[in-house]
Design a protein around this ligand. Structure first.
Ligand code: BDR
Ligand code: CA
Length: 314
């Protein structure tokens, strides 16, 4: 089995990634930490707790983490995920209570107790992970891998021409994480646009085979559909967090990758939040990340379909 710690700012595509992890019989989730990002920390927490309940996975702990970026003001994306982060489809997203303890404490103790065993998967801004590293630098060598949904390996960003949301929302934290020495696998936003676009025929199929869980995964993307088709110009919805989760669970989904030095720009200006991916090592800096260049859409779709098809709570 693959053991994961998941850090998430649970918006609509994070929720699908969580379903993929909860529903996979080969995955053990050691814990989930929530961070502000797409939406506020409280909303993200409610969404993670709701998704956990839907999958009958209440035994997996979900902890509250940090509510604001390291030094900048909050930056959300309600236009992409809805006011509640889950497409505003009327889900009852309140009143659930997180597990006890601070996400950062729990992340550190859990990963350090099992050195080399736990893959950290990050689906939101890197605030929790940066503070955890500052608090316990040994975390960098204790994780097996840190698989990051963030940045751009190639092409334009989704927040600015240079930057992707998770990095842009807390570029200072991202810079700390990329410089920490963690064995990083970076899955940039363009990977979802190229290899994880779910088109209308696919969403129909997910609903057909997946019943309530399939419908949940599709219907909460109500705002993302607008953004993906009108602004990103895609034939369906791109699912960055789910493709990253698929890669974390089964690295053979990656069909091409590069060893690179990735520098995160945290200086104000038009490049704020850019991930400069130095595949040729022009800068003479050591490799600090494996950057995903392409992935198997079939492998991804199979994992997603299996997740919604499996009975919950199994
Ligand atoms: C990232 O930002 C959010 O919109 C998604 O959940 C993903 O983590 C993509 O830029
Ligand atoms: Ca996310």
């Amino acid at each position: 089995a693959k053991t994961l710690w998941i850090d998430t700012d649970t918006g609509s595509d994070d929720a699908v990634a969580l379903v993929m992890a909860f529903q996979n019989p080969n995955v053990e989730i050691a814990g989930i930490s929530v961070v502000a990002g797409n939406i506020s920390l409280e909303k993200a927490l409610q969404n993670a707790l709701y998704t956990r309940e839907l999958c009958g996975a209440q035994h997996i702990p979900v902890y509250a983490g940090l509510a604001v970026p390291l030094i900048r003001g909050p930056f959300h994306a309600e236009n992409v995920h809805g006011e509640d982060g889950m497409g505003d489809i009327g889900l009852p997203l309140s009143g659930r209570v997180a597990d006890e303890g601070h996400a950062i404490d729990r992340m550190i103790e859990t990963i350090l107790a099992r050195p080399g065993e736990i893959t950290l998967v990050t689906l939101g801004p890197l605030t929790n992970v940066a503070v955890a590293l500052a608090r316990e630098p040994k975390l960098a060598t204790a994780v097996k891998h840190c698989v990051i949904m963030g940045g751009i390996g190639d092409g334009p960003g989704n927040v600015t021409p240079a930057a992707e949301f998770n990095i842009y929302a807390d570029p200072d934290a991202a810079r700390m994480v990329f410089q920490s020495g963690m064995p990083i696998v970076m899955c940039g936003w363009e990977i979802s646009c190229r290899h994880a676009v779910v088109e209308p025929a696919d969403t129909d199929e997910l609903k057909r085979v997946g019943g309530a869980l399939g419908a949940f995964c599709v219907d909460i993307q109500r705002f993302l559909v607008e953004f993906a088709t009108k602004i990103s110009g895609l034939p369906g919805i791109d699912l960055p967090d789910p493709i990253t989760m698929a890669i974390a669970i089964d690295p053979s989904i990656v069909t091409k990758s590069s060893e690179a030095y990735v520098e995160v720009v945290n200086a104000d200006g038009p490049a704020l939040g850019q991930t400069i991916v130095d595949r040729k090592l022009h800068a003479g800096k050591p490799v600090n990340a494996t950057v995903v260049d392409s992935a198997s859409r079939d492998g991804f779709m199979k994992m997603l379909t299996d997740a919604v098809t499996r009975p919950v709570g199994g």
